[in-house]
Write a protein that binds this ligand. Sequence first.
Ligand SMILES: NC(=O)c1ccc[n+]([C@@H]2O[C@H](COP(=O)([O-])OP(=O)(O)OC[C@H]3O[C@@H](n4cnc5c(N)ncnc54)[C@H](O)[C@@H]3O)[C@@H](O)[C@H]2O)c1
Length: 289
Amino acid sequence: MEANIKLQPSQYGAAQRLAGRVALVTGAGPGLGGVIAQAYAREGAKLVVCDIDEAALQTTQAALQALGAECLPVLCDVSSSASVEAMFDLALARWGAVDILVNNAARVPSSDLETQRRNQHYAYATTPVPRQSLGVVASLSDEDWLKWWGVNMHGVFYCTRAALRSMQPRQWGRIINIASVAGLGAGSMHSPGYSATKAGVISLTRTTAYDVAGANIFVNAIACGGVHTPPFEAYLAGATETQRNSLFQMIPAGRLGRPEEYAALALFLAAEDHYLVGQVISPNGGYVI
Ligand SMILES: NC(=O)c1ccc[n+]([C@@H]2O[C@H](COP(=O)([O-])OP(=O)(O)OC[C@H]3O[C@@H](n4cnc5c(N)ncnc54)[C@H](O)[C@@H]3O)[C@@H](O)[C@H]2O)c1
């Protein structure tokens, strides 16, 4: 039997799993996106990293350069179709292809009002307070509802469409959409708009996966549980001990995930040797089982 996986020699002595691949990671600041970009770089990928925040992008660029990776940093607002097209034009002009796309960029719930609702939700879920409506949906403003869609949903579509135009003629590609447990159930009921966009990402993952699997392009989603990234660190730093305990009480593993634990899965999904199509994999410490 002939193996169809081409192993390439690595500077570390073992085969690098992404050697020769070009990977584009959106929202590649110091949070999950930057950690995934570094995991890919260690496996030999060339990286296009984009973010809307220049300082965040520079942090990741420095980390990638320290790893000796070839890197193209692009300031890009993924909620703008034109900006996304311009970013892909740059990537294709530099390297001729985008083989792997990680749709990671997102607006995440972190305003004072969202933190207040989050604490209310955790207390409600873990203490015997009287059962009543939490009043979240009825109190949402138009802005509260609309502000998520540009980045979290339209951005994923714009980047996916642009990436497919590069992947389809080459008959190879991997797309990894960073969704959330928020899109699987009511685990982020304190932010209904955010949750709806993440459910939308899961839906787009499935339909796109079906569409393009025949061209050897595999699309999957990672529905993250809580991760130790800057927004969640900020929440924990501002929470009381009771509030932190309420959160950990809801997670059977008793802790949040580490970015490296998610990056390991993102690496697996980006590599050659799997048969996953349209799957939603949720590392969440048992928060949703
Ligand atoms: N941290 C968690 O607990 C958690 C849980 C579930 C899902 N997620 C998902 O993981 C992903 C990464 O989140 P994170 O926790 O690292 O947060 P983060 O805020 O550190 O990372 C998001 C990045 O996206 C960038 N970004 C925002 N708007 C953008 C735009 N319009 N164009 C380009 N870039 C933009 C931000 O500047 C930031 O660098 C997100 O998709 C988030 O929804 C995170």
